[in-house]
Design a protein around this ligand. Structure first.
Ligand SMILES: NC(=O)N[C@@H](CC(=O)O)C(=O)O
Ligand SMILES: [Zn+2]
Ligand SMILES: [Zn+2]
Length: 430
């Protein structure tokens, strides 16, 4: 099938493009990028006033299938992705059962191929059952299509075990993505340790509970040479550690989430809103500002959502008993456009690097460039659309966003995966 996308402002830093262009697609790939293109037969769309970029990729998403389908499943989670403008996501392995062997990888891939509305990269666990004790079947998982490794949700407590994970993983050209959490320091921490934990009278989660593991894993990266990706960095000093590692030339990358950039510990009031209970916790305004600065100066490699859906009945209870996590797929782009691009903190080119180019590279996938021959994965953005985040608009099965009611400017209107629309005019295509 042929597809003609006309008159969008096409932005792609990989090919130095920021101009109005037409794009002709056939059989899932770009055939031509130019002016006044024509075709004989196919679907034509006029995208005047819209911005078209390489399809956005979120490499930190909890799709919850298998085992957590009451929160989300691969069908609903990838619909939320398409609705948020994402053409691909990386599914975290902390499901039930844990994705720690080839069969699990094959299962997620098969369901995604049958029911998904986005490409799904599968991250395999580093350790069996996320227990941090015995290596998972990494080689077998890579042979069956695993794109990266992580024990997300859990920090690997033992440094020797972490060293074995990195030694072993380094032979497969896959990145080890780490959830930096020292259990001895974090314990039953609920919120950031300091003003928030004192004010709310809850157990604190110190910044050091994250920073010490970041420092340790950077040292192990130096020892093993294994590419290391720090997940959801939340503190100024944690980001400084990554900055120094990069300056040293180590293969270290990192990600930040919109909620850690645009919300702080001050959001949690004496109403104890569980939608703000996330792992790692919301930090101080100074930390959030440092993350934004890192996004602007190049220290941060990717913006990810850590989309962590939960049911209303799990979240609607005492703060200490509610699970950690908030959703993000359907608010991420709007938040980044509103708070970073529209404010002039970053431009569209940098946004594309953070949300499309670098994530694909970390998944060891081929680049998607807006040039002939490349895969036709696109995100189309209306930069002028003003909208309010409302739970009833979500395609996700879950409502646990910390941004309900936020006024945003800019959103995805159309999403294309392999030349097929997964969202058109804001509606997910069935
Ligand atoms: N981020 C969270 O608060 N929760 C995640 C786990 C994780 O990403 O560490 C989850 O699986 O719910
Ligand atoms: Zn995590
Ligand atoms: Zn996560």
């Amino acid at each position: 099938m042929a597809l003609m996308l006309k008159n969008a402002r096409v932005i792609d830093p990989q090919v130095g493009l920021d101009e109005v262009r037409d794009i002709l697609v056939r059989d899932g790939r770009i055939v031509e990028v130019g002016h006044n293109l024509t075709m004989e037969k196919g679907v034509e769309r006029d995208l005047s006033g819209k911005v078209l970029v390489p399809g956005l990729v979120d490499i930190h998403v909890h799709l919850r299938e298998p085992g957590g389908e009451q929160k989300e499943d691969i069908a609903s989670g990838t619909r939320a992705a398409a609705h948020g403008g994402f053409t691909a996501v990386c599914a975290m392995p902390n499901t039930a059962p844990v994705i720690d062997n080839a069969m699990g990888v094959e299962y997620v891939k098969a369901v995604a191929a049958a029911k998904g509305k986005a490409r799904v990269y599968v991250a395999g666990a580093c350790s069996q059952g996320l227990k941090g004790e015995t290596l998972s079947e990494m080689g077998d998982m890579v042979a069956h299509g695993a794109s990266a490794f992580t024990d997300d949700g859990k920090g690997i407590q033992d440094a020797g075990m972490m060293r074995r994970v990195m030694d072993y993983a380094s032979q497969f050209n896959r990145v080890v993505m780490v959830h930096a959490q020292d259990n001895g320091l974090v314990g039953d921490g609920q919120v950031n340790e300091g003003v928030a934990s004192t004010r709310l009278g809850m157990l604190g989660w110190p910044a050091e509970g994250e920073e010490i593991e970041i420092a340790r894993d950077i040292a192990l990266c130096r020892l093993t040479g294994c590419p290391l990706h720090i997940q959801h960095v939340t503190t100024a000093r944690g980001l400084d550690l990554v900055r120094a590692a990069k300056a040293e030339g180590l293969p270290v990358t990192c990600e930040v989430t919109p909620h850690h950039m645009f919300l702080t510990e001050d959001a949690i009031t004496d109403e104890y809103q569980t939608c703000f209970k996330v792992n790692p916790p919301l930090r101080t305004a100074e930390d959030a500002a440092a993350l934004v600065a890192g996004v602007a100066d190049g220290t941060v490699d990717c913006i990810v959502t850590d989309h962590a859906p939960h049911t209303d009945w799990e979240k609607d209870r005492e703060f200490e008993l509610a699970p950690f996590g908030m959703t993000g797929l359907e608010t991420s782009l709007g938040l980044v456009l509103t708070h970073l691009v529209n404010e002039g903190v970053i431009d569209f080119n940098r946004m594309v690097e953070l949300m499309a180019v670098n994530p694909r590279q970390l998944m060891r996938d081929e680049p998607v460039k807006i040039e002939a021959g490349c895969v036709a994965d696109f995100t189309v953005i209306d930069p002028e659309a003003s909208w309010t985040v409302e739970a009833h608009d979500f395609y996700s099965r879950a409502n646990n966003s910390g941004f309900i009611g936020a006024r945003l400017k800019g959103r995805a209107t159309d999403t294309y995966v392999g030349g097929y629309a997964t969202m058109e005019d804001g509606v997910v295509v069935e």
